[in-house]
Design a binder for this molecule. Structure first.
Ligand code: ZN
Length: 358
């Protein structure tokens, strides 16, 4: 019995050992399998991470490429802006040059039927002798002085407004008058210290006809004498300052007489007259009603003003130039703020001459 019990006990122990072994083995198997699945999970996680990293890298490269392209575009835009700025500067310079030397209408050949009026040398000599004035004494250049000049008046509505503004600011100016203007204002101009200059009696300088003042030196002087007589009747003397219609650089005169401006720009100074062109244009001749701010800007932002040079400003005082009168106060205060003083022209002043083109 004891053996039997002992035998059973051994069997039980044996079984127990076997069961323990199996249990241990099973546990190990589970552990290995768990480890394996954890490893698998990690591997797949790893590969996913790798994939996502690759994707991110690709996206980054794409972004870098886009940024490079953007930088390139910005560089190109910068270049375009620099080009535009350069062009703008060139345009401004050209505009200022054009304002100082306005383009003249293209000359057309004289009409075949046109014959300039004839004159005798004696008649011309007599006219020259009648009109000749004493030679002016040269006045040295005074530096930062502004000579305001008004052409084509006096007019009934605009000139009195201009005279009032000049009086208010104690500014003296110059009026290049025409014989068809409101001559009753000449006395007031003279009494208030302004210079009256001669422009033309008829201002007829465009038509290809015998009435054109530029047909010959004789027709020019006849016209000049007519307006000079009118001014002398009003103020008691012949003015010695003149401005050619269209300026000394005009080419319109070529329609009726080739070379007339070359002749006149020598003849008139020989006769004691000083002719004045201009180095600053207010731009009011472009059309009627140029906005007053534009007129002010044309003067204050002109090259000669920027450089602080002496200036002779071209303006007009016909009834059509109301905005010129409106701009005058801004021009005066703007120039005063830039250190300019104002004077009326004298025959001894420097003429601000343009190049002669005919
Ligand atoms: Zn004129």
């Amino acid at each position: 019995m004891k053996e039997l019990l002992l035998g059973n006990k051994k069997t039980v122990i044996l079984y127990a050992v076997i069961v323990l072994l199996i249990a241990t083995l099973t546990a190990s198997c589970f552990k290995i399998s768990a480890e394996k699945s954890r490893k698998n999970a990690l591997t797949s996680q790893n590969s996913e991470l790798k994939k996502s990293n690759e994707k991110k890298e690709k996206e980054l490269k794409e972004k870098e490429k886009q940024l490079e392209e953007k930088a390139k575009q910005i560089e190109e835009k910068d270049k375009q802006i620099a080009d535009l700025e350069k062009k703008n500067l060139e345009l401004t310079a050209a505009r200022q040059k054009a304002a100082a030397n306005p383009p003249q209408p293209a000359p057309t050949a004289p009409a075949p039927s046109f014959t300039p009026p004839s004159y005798s040398q004696d008649a011309l000599n007599a006219l020259i002798a009648d009109m000749t004035l004493p030679k002016p004494v040269e006045i040295p250049n005074k530096g930062k002085v502004c000579y305001l000049t008004f052409d084509d008046g006096p007019s009934t509505r605009v000139t009195p407004v201009i005279l009032d503004i000049l009086k208010k600011h104690s500014v003296k100016a110059t009026f290049f008058v025409v014989g068809t203007g409101n001559l009753s204002l000449l006395k007031r101009m003279s009494d208030e210290g302004h210079t009256i200059g001669l422009h033309s009696n008829t201002h007829q300088c465009y038509k290809i006809s015998a009435e054109n003042i530029y047909c010959s030196p004789y027709t020019y002087l006849l016209d000049l004498k007519a307006v000079s007589d009118k001014v002398a009747a009003a103020i008691g003397k012949r003015p010695g300052v003149i401005r050619f219609p269209g300026g000394g650089s005009n080419k319109v005169s070529e329609r009726v007489c080739k070379g007339i401006m070359t002749t006149l720009t020598k003849l008139l100074p020989d006769m004691g007259y000083t002719y004045f062109d201009w180095n600053v244009s207010s731009g009011d001749a472009e059309r009627d009603g140029v906005p007053k701010d534009q007129i002010i800007n044309n003067v204050l932002n002109s090259g000669p003003v920027a450089r602080g040079e002496g200036i002779c400003v071209l303006m007009h005082d016909t009834n059509a130039k109301a905005t010129t009168a409106e701009a005058l106060e801004g021009i005066i205060t703007g120039l005063k703020a830039r250190g300019y003083t104002f004077e009326a022209l004298s025959p001894g002043n420097f003429g601000f001459h343009h190049n002669v083109n005919n």
